[in-house]
Ligand binder design. Structure first.
Ligand code: ADP
Length: 268
């Protein structure tokens, strides 16, 4: 049995490989001391491999000396390949892997090879930070629940809004300007509308970058992972519809937030 732990900027993700299944668990990074204790208890007879930006910090809080480390992108790419093999009938070999974590990183995966091709600082952390600045709400579950009933049309400007009555050269329901629809609005949009628009901004940014990356690399799938998709159906829906609209097939991996942890466990 083995344990992989991905120690990220916001969340610690653990994947425990038992005889015939995986057990997944995540914790806020603020609980890193408790996680160190929990791991010491639960992993002493199992191989342990850490990955992610705060892997050494977690190691420094543990007494165990036989801890392995895996490079972050290698781990998340291997975890994604593994989950795809488990979840898909025709396993995909060539795709863009977009990890929407605190920030967003993209890797091009072709067969056994992988290459970091860039990313953006617009990610799940942006959803948390902008939502808090705009509405004071910083609880993740509350934020995504509230956002689900929000309407973006009081905040964002669509192509149709600009072309008022004319026939636009591109679909009218595409966003022309995120947060660009406030001009001429008689009142400030509600908090829930603002939250929905923050999610829209992040979704459209990560999806459009992924689409460009996919087209540039001549692959036709984008696989999306990261905790930002957890319980956030709005983010998932916009990322899916935008990718599809651009001709790139999106796959939002189930348990995708554990790719790094799975990949780390597979290293030992
Ligand atoms: P990292 O590896 O950088 O920690 P993750 O893939 O864990 O990144 O994604 C972090 C993002 O996931 C947060 O910025 C937030 O948008 C979202 N998220 C999902 N669940 C939670 C939660 N319980 N608490 C805080 N953020 C969460």
């Amino acid at each position: 049995e083995k344990v992989g732990v991905d120690v990220g900027g916001t969340l610690i993700k653990a994947a425990i490989h038992t005889e015939n299944d995986w057990i997944y668990q995540s914790f806020p990074i603020s609980q890193i001391d408790d996680v160190a204790g929990w791991l010491t208890k639960h992993s002493d007879h199992r191989s342990l491999c850490l990955t992610g930006g705060k892997a050494s910090l977690l190691q420094s809080k543990m007494s165990r000396s036989d801890i392995y480390f895996a490079p972050e992108f290698l781990a998340s790419c291997n975890g994604a390949r593994y989950l795809l093999t488990m979840q898909q009938t025709n396993t995909l070999t060539d795709f863009i892997l977009t990890n929407v974590g605190t920030g967003t990183s993209m890797n091009l995966i072709k067969g056994e090879t992988q290459q970091w091709i860039g990313g953006t600082g617009v990610g799940g952390g942006t959803i948390m930070g902008l939502s808090r600045l705009l509405t004071g709400i910083h609880d993740y579950d509350r934020l995504v629940k509230l956002a689900a009933s929000g309407r973006r049309d009081t905040v964002d400007l669509t192509v149709a809004n600009i072309y008022e009555g004319e026939t636009p050269p591109i679909p009218g329901d595409l966003t022309a300007s995120n947060f660009g629809g406030l001009m001429g609005q008689p009142s400030t949009p509600s908090s829930v509308d603002q939250l929905a628009s923050v999610i829209g901004l992040v979704a459209e940014t990560v999806a459009s970058l992924s689409v460009f990356a996919a087209k540039n690399a001549h692959v036709d799938h984008a696989v999306y992972i990261g905790s930002s998709f957890v319980d956030n159906s709005q983010l998932s829906k916009i990322v899916e519809s935008y990718s599809n609209y651009c001709g790139i097939t999106p796959i939002i991996l189930h348990h995708g937030q554990f790719c790094g942890a799975i990949g780390a466990a597979l290293e030992v």
